[in-house]
Design a binder for this molecule. Structure first.
Ligand SMILES: Cc1cc2nc3c(=O)[nH]c(=O)nc-3n(C[C@H](O)[C@H](O)[C@H](O)COP(=O)(O)O)c2cc1C
Length: 182
């Protein structure tokens, strides 16, 4: 199947000052771009000053956010673990859009003291409700061994294989699911 036209969004799921997600996103983007199988786009929540769902204001940001998600065929969520789940800003951003997520594929890259595994499992439940097909292979980054002083990202080489395995599946499923969207 022709896959070069696929757009895959790498979503940075944290916005706090001092966040590490941009380092993880830049690393993923470089690995992904090297594959040449899709157009990979960094989607940074910090670029979308979204209001809380149900609060007034921020209509332009919501529209821009929905349009950015709508343009994508698949996603890679970069998620930290906040109190055993995803960040509030990521959950709110996911909740603000509905139809634009549906019938698309997603991979998850998580980080935390236990590789962000609990956040990733919560995210899978949320994605299921939105008809997003999340792939099994899930790179988990440890705050203890993949970051220096919890701040400077120094990923172990072994993660490359998992990232590629995850992207193989995201690209294949994104191409397949594209055929059933109007
Ligand atoms: C509010 C808050 C709650 C956190 N809870 C957890 C947690 O439950 N498990 C964990 O492994 N790390 C936890 N952490 C540590 C974060 O995973 C770590 O600070 C990570 O760098 C946050 O991602 P960010 O730098 O992209 O914002 C928490 C951090 C914050 C700010």
């Amino acid at each position: 199947m022709e896959q070069s036209h696929l757009n895959i969004g790498i979503i940075l799921g944290s916005t706090r000052e001092g966040r590490v997600s941009p380092q993880v996103g830049a690393w993923l983007k470089e690995l992904a771009d090297g594959r040449g199988d899709a157009e990979y786009h960094l989607i940074d929540l910090a670029d979308y000053p979204l209001p809380f769902l149900g609060h007034s204001g921020g209509e332009d940001a919501i529209q821009n956010w929905a349009a950015a998600i709508g343009r994508m065929d698949g996603f890679v969520f970069v998620t930290a673990e906040y109190n055993h789940s995803i960040s509030g800003v990521l959950k709110n951003a996911i909740d603000l859009v509905r139809d634009e997520w549906g019938n698309k594929a997603a991979g998850i890259v998580s980080y935390g003291s236990t590789g962000g595994a609990r956040a990733a499992e919560h995210l899978r439940g949320i994605l299921g409700e939105l008809n997003v097909a999340d792939v099994r292979i899930h790179p988990t980054l440890s705050l203890f061994t993949d970051f220096e002083s919890f701040r400077t990202f120094k990923p172990a080489e072994l993660h490359h294989k998992n990232v590629n395995g995850m992207l193989d599946q995201v690209v294949a499923w994104s191409a397949a699911l594209k055929t059933i969207r109007a």
